[in-house]
Design a protein around this ligand. Structure first.
Ligand code: ADP
Length: 540
């Protein structure tokens, strides 16, 4: 066989040459922008040539600070195809963390959305390696800014070469991108993606038994493009020529629902809080979302009640995926095996609400106190992964040694596996609740609470307890219509039949909103911190 290098160049070339008429739809600050893959290819090459004229060399990190839109998609290919490294920065990080990661990655150029300029202006004097800022805006003139030197993205593209030829000698193991992931404490940790890893991941994303993305699809990544490659959807979509819909700045559920309806989106992807918000939007307004052939949900456990609402009320199949920034990200996905389709609705729902089975191409172990756990759905252990799109270290970071041991990524997730090989995540190690020496899964309790018809969102965390070490406390947001009518006891009674008595939360605290992380997951750390003394007085 040829020693063919698996790089992003051939992915881009396939998209632009074989699907020149297919569309990319992008919501920007000034409205909807539409163009074809042919035009996309030309603008992407213009961007590469403009970056080359700014002196960008192979291996150099070029950062983006942007929402999901067509310019970001251009950067997704323009930067890696010329041999540079696409560093997507999480726009919701604190100023200190933004400054840390830009300096740590040694980014040389920063592409930034106009509406996000104030965030970068706050830290620009600490960014020691940036030698040019490029502002992405729909307006003809550049806004007033303290950043220097500063260029207009559109003007750079005008001067760029639409036929810029990409090098053919890029090694498949060369870095193509990087993304920082939050750490429990301390600075974020950098994950570097290789061309080969993204190439193989994109291939697996298109397999019928994983997500099955295809040319027929109209894809909409709601998951931000700064978070774990928007789960790889832009890469696979370009390769297969799928129509893409990019939802732009600060999309609300109403904006997302309008886009699904108008553009006939078939596959949209987001974290559970996004899908909960969309369910609420569906209850409040009239939308036709029958174009959706699947809802892809990952990043945190999907509550059973929500899966049921999509599958049974709205008739939309639900694909539950598991992954991490360190895993490019797809590692596990929930698809029914052929003989499981005849199971009862309830049994199917139980399978759907587990994370699923390992995707082809990866290897997995679940290791408990006595080595690999039994496949009995009971014995818990830590999930370990390895494979061609699993990171092997954190970028220049001594914390690598904690997570990468003997060639395996230690995920920090506690899981069980049943005789079918279906993985169920019990909890993150740090979120498991330790009560009187026994473990309680916060995920199981919150999923049960979110199945109550009056509950919009619920998060359960372990709060220090003088006698039991920790006890669960539930934080609940009720649906607007139930705010006055539902009391704590009703929710505890609802849980009573489902769990052992010692699993029941010691308290239920009603909130207006549950704090969320920068990527929309429940921020348990902040609840733990804020309520750390909550149970002290109750134990006398
Ligand atoms: P962060 O740590 O900032 O949340 P990641 O997106 O990399 O960044 O998080 C990966 C983690 O998200 C996993 O280790 C796991 O705990 C959780 N996770 C991802 N997908 C799922 C899922 N389908 N079900 C439960 N937890 C999930």
């Amino acid at each position: 066989m040829m020693n063919y290098q698996l790089t992003l160049r051939s992915i881009l070339e396939r998209g632009e040459r074989l699907f020149p008429k297919k569309e990319i739809v992008s919501r920007t600050a000034s409205g909807i922008f539409r163009y074809t893959y042919a035009a996309y290819g030309q603008r992407t090459r213009r961007l590469s040539s403009a970056l080359a004229s700014l002196g960008v060399k192979r291996g150099e990190r070029v950062a983006t600070f942007a929402w999901n839109h067509h310019r970001h998609l251009e950067a997704y290919f323009a930067i890696p195809c010329m041999g540079a490294v696409l560093h997507t920065i999480n726009i919701r990080l604190s100023p200190e963390h933004i400054a840390y990661i830009v300096n740590h990655a040694e980014d040389s150029i920063l592409l930034v959305d106009e509406d996000l300029l104030p965030v970068i202006e706050k830290v620009h004097d600490q960014l020691s390696t940036i030698r040019a800022y490029v502002i992405m805006t729909d307006k003809p003139e550049l806004p007033e800014t303290a950043l220097r030197p500063v260029y207009s993205y559109e003007q750079l593209l005008e001067q760029g070469d639409p036929c810029y030829a990409y090098p053919e000698d890029i090694d498949e193991n060369a870095p193509m991108g990087m993304c920082y992931t939050s750490a429990t404490t301390g600075n974020p940790k950098g994950v570097v993606y290789s061309h080969r890893g993204v190439f193989l991941h994109s291939m697996v994303f298109g397999m019928a038994d994983t997500v099955g993305l295809s040319e027929n699809d109209t894809t909409m990544p709601i998951v931000p493009m700064f978070h774990a490659n928007a789960w790889g959807i832009p890469f696979t979509s370009v390769w297969l020529g799928s129509k893409q819909v990019l939802p732009g700045p600060a999309p609300t559920p109403a904006v997302l629902l309008d886009l699904i309806q108008q553009e006939k989106v078939t596959l949209a992807a987001g974290v559970p809080t996004v899908w909960l918000g969309i369910l609420k939007g569906l209850e409040e307004g009239q939308y036709d979302i029958s174009s959706l052939r699947a809802v892809l949900c990952g990043g945190a456990a999907a509550p059973r009640g929500m899966i049921k609402a999509y599958e049974e009320t709205h008739g939309i199949p639900f694909i539950h995926g598991y992954g991490m920034t360190e895993t490019t990200p797809l590692a596990i996905s929930s698809r029914l095996k052929s003989y499981q389709r005849s199971l009862s609705q309830d049994e199917v729902l139980t399978i759907r609400s587990k994370q699923g089975i390992l995707v082809p191409g990866l290897e997995m172990r679940i290791v408990g106190q006595n080595g690999d756990v039994a496949w009995d759905g009971e014995e818990m252990g830590e999930l370990l992964l390895r494979g061609p799109w699993i990171a092997s270290e954190y970028y220049n970071d001594h914390r690598s040694a904690e997570a990468f041991v003997d060639g395996w990524l230690h995920t920090g997730d506690v899981a069980v596996i049943d005789e079918e090989g279906i993985v169920k995540l019990v909890d993150r190690t740090k979120d498991l609740i330790k009560s009187g020496g026994e473990w309680i899964s916060s995920v199981d309790l919150e999923n049960a609470l979110m199945a109550h018809p009056a509950v919009f969102e619920a998060s359960v965390v372990g709060i220090p307890h003088p006698k039991w070490d920790e006890r669960p406390v539930a934080f609940v947001v009720l649906k607007a219509a139930n705010r006055e009518s539902v009391e704590k006891q009703e929710l505890l009674d609802f849980l009573k039949g489902q769990f052992a008595k010692w699993w029941l939360p010691d308290d239920v605290v009603f909130l207006e909103e549950i704090p969320k992380t920068s990527v929309g997951k429940f921020m348990k750390r902040s609840l733990r911190e804020q309520y750390k003394d909550h149970l002290v007085s109750s134990v006398q």
